[in-house]
Design a protein around this ligand. Structure first.
Ligand code: ING
Ligand code: ZN
Length: 307
């Protein structure tokens, strides 16, 4: 039931397995899925994604979905690939309605160097692999974006997990991804980024606790989304803006997308769990996590369609 061209959601997968699956679905659905490359990382890995349209040639607005900006947060790419697969294969009328309503960009692993390192060497690596310092490698890619860069919740210490890098967009993967996002430009209506863990549905901004222009609608829809999520397995989420509910954190990708591109629908998920396993969420929780997350994801886009 959950198999699709040799890929599955019973286990976590390597970068190579994920990228092969993306190539396979592009081959299997040539009129709907096209393989995309949003530049390359420091270690010269392509940042691979897909553009998905169920009504090619239409006037749909688009939504960008990413995961594994932080290398160790494996549940992120497991969930985003699950949602992508459901969009391609499900006959559920609610899923079909949402899938058809937008064009989609899915980029499951936007920090491919770090992600590879978590598979080969250090399972809990978070950052990129750019050698900014003799002793410590990498910058936090979610502190590296050029919008209110380095305005709090960052570190100038290359050994810190929240090192912002020597300057905005010092990390090639984030710079090239931002350039790719600019090419989507005006048609971009949504940005969804998957992190783990904490079970929180986050709204921008991270750099300030001031409320953004459409805070109220994002918050109201967010409450409906976590309600839908809880209905399946009782998993409890909170909703709030990053700086208010979590901590101040500047230079994050959602702040840049919201601030520079003005995407109306902008959410960051902190997926399961609340700390029992943390980043090491067992693989047998992938499918339940993905199912409940999809329920909330569908609710987000159905609610915005009514507004
Ligand atoms: N949390 C995010 C982090 O980068 C976040 C929270 C989201 C900050 C969006 C800024 C913007 O710290 C985890 N777990 O990585
Ligand atoms: Zn993260």
């Amino acid at each position: 039931k959950t198999k699709s061209v040799g890929f599955d959601w019973n286990d976590y997968h390597t970068l190579q397995e994920i990228n092969i699956w993306l190539s396979n679905i592009a081959e299997q659905y040539p009129d709907k899925v096209t393989l995309q490359k949003a530049g390359t990382s420091y270690e010269d890995r392509p940042i691979v994604g897909v553009h998905v349209s169920f009504a090619p040639g239409n006037e749909n607005k688009s939504v960008f979905v990413d995961s594994n900006i932080h290398a160790c947060e494996w549940i992120g790419s497991a969930v985003s690939t699950y949602i992508l697969n459901q969009f391609l294969t499900s006959t559920d009328p609610n899923i079909r309605e949402v899938a058809d309503s937008h064009d989609w960009y899915f980029f499951p692993v936007i920090n491919p160097d770090g992600f590879t390192y978590t598979h080969t060497t250090n399972r809990t690596w978070r950052k990129t692999r750019v050698p900014h310092d003799d002793n410590c490698i990498g910058a936090d890619p979610n502190r590296n974006w050029d919008y209110h860069y380095n305005e709090g919740g960052t570190s100038d210490d290359p050994c810190s997990e929240m090192y912002s890098g020597p300057e905005a967009f010092s990390e090639p993967s984030m710079k090239s991804l931002s350039e790719y996002l600019l090419t989507i430009g005006d048609s971009l209506e949504g940005y969804i980024s998957f992190h783990s863990y904490s079970q929180i549905l986050l709204l921008p901004y991270g750099y300030t606790a001031d409320h953004l222009d459409n805070y109220d609608e994002l918050y109201d829809v967010g409450l409906k989304a976590i309600d839908a999520l809880a209905q399946r397995y009782g998993t409890e989420y909170q909703v709030g803006d990053v700086a208010e509910i979590l901590y101040v954190a500047s230079g994050g990708s959602p702040d840049w997308v919201k601030g520079k591109l003005g995407t109306r629908i902008t959410y960051t998920y902190e997926l399961r769990d609340t700390g029992k396993y943390g980043f090491l969420l067992p693989a047998d929780q992938i499918i339940p996590t993905a199912e409940e997350t999809l329920d909330s994801f569908i609710t987000i886009f159905q609610e915005f369609a009514k507004r």
